[in-house]
Write a protein that binds this ligand. Structure first.
Ligand code: CAA
Length: 293
């Protein structure tokens, strides 16, 4: 029980409550009505358990300016603090998921400013989100856009999506995990090809390479991502967070340490009511009723 309480505390961290004015209480908010400038947040699925965060900076193909990234961080923090949200879908427009960091904003920066201000330092907020995040990528996912998609737990793509790390064409390199996450996802040869030449890959190539798990017609992409979010929402939020942590450990440690961490998390599920309920429901031939306890 103590372990369950501890995990619950970690999952719903009080310091992640929305900052004053953050608009996440309504079932559906749009950028125009909600106060967000660069995104919208909408609730989908049964009891609004899936939050859809849409990047909305169409004139710049959703280029990731500091304002957008700061709003995204606030939106994710608020959604993490909302107990009814089980999964988050991150998407863009049909033309662009995101065309990368905002080059116009970045162009005048000096080395001293980048280092002193830890430029891009906070961009991994998506990767640090404890609830499952599904990227629904239509159109271009370039540079920071591709990196943002790779920070998500699952990447679904529309048939016309393209992924690339074109920073080399601008005289720089990926700065938000591109060289690391892409290499882990697709292996050294393809990652090198993309990072060194700036070449893009299609949704189909990205799926073959393991960057994307499923490809859908563009118009079905969002509903499929929400459907996955709903399937995830049927399970225990508490145990889902533990499963996510266990998979993520695979990227950060040795096999032996990863298996040890997994076993400890597996043991910890036995401190939850939901593990008991899930197994009793199976034995009793009925559907489980998880209470996130
Ligand atoms: N930053 C700022 N503005 C961008 C942008 C970006 N990354 N990508 C596109 N835009 C803007 C364009 O400047 C243009 O705005 P204006 O109309 O005001 O000129 C508008 O979006 C539409 O773009 P285009 O007219 O260029 O549209 P296109 O269809 O001809 O080309 C594109 C689309 C191939 C995506 C092209 O815009 C492009 O190459 N963009 C840059 C992609 C890129 O290099 N991304 C990596 C950025 S660096 C990075 O992300 C570092 C990191 O690791 C975090």
């Amino acid at each position: 029980m103590a372990a369950a309480r501890l995990l619950r505390g970690l999952l719903f961290r009080p310091w992640l409550l929305p900052p004053p004015g953050a608009p996440l209480r309504s079932s559906s908010t749009s950028s125009s009505s909600s106060g967000w400038e660069f995104l919208s947040v909408e609730r989908r699925g049964r009891e609004g358990s899936v939050a859809v965060v849409r990047l909305e900076r169409p004139k710049a193909l959703n280029a990731l300016c500091e304002g957008l990234m700061s709003e995204l961080g606030r939106a994710l923090a608020s959604l993490e603090a909302e107990a009814s949200v089980a999964a988050i879908v991150l998407t863009g427009s049909e033309r662009a998921f995101a065309a990368g960091a905002d080059i116009k904003e970045m162009a005048p920066k000096s080395f001293q400013e980048c280092l002193g201000g830890d430029f891009l330092g906070g961009w991994d907020r998506v990767a640090r989100t404890r609830k499952p995040v599904i990227a629904a990528v239509n159109g271009l996912a370039l540079g920071g856009g591709c990196e943002l998609a790779m920070m998500c737990d699952v990447v679904y793509a529309g048939e016309g999506a393209q992924f690339g790390q074109p920073e080399i064409l601008l005289g720089t390199i990926p700065g938000s995990g591109g060289t690391q996450r892409l290499t882990r996802a697709v292996g050294k040869s393809l990652a090198m090809e993309m990072v060194l030449s700036g070449a893009r890959i299609s949704a189909q190539q990205a799926q073959q390479a393991g960057l994307v798990s499923k490809v859908f017609p563009a118009e079905r992409l969002l509903e499929e991502a929400v459907a996955l979010g709903e399937r995830i929402a049927r399970n225990s939020k508490l145990v889902t967070a533990m499963a996510k942590e266990a998979v993520n450990t695979a990227f950060e440690t040795t096999l032996a340490e990863g298996c040890r961490a997994e076993r400890r998390l597996f043991h910890a599920t036995f401190a939850t009511q939901d593990r008991k309920e899930g197994m009793e429901a199976f034995v009793g031939k009925r559907e489980p009723r998880f209470k996130d306890q």
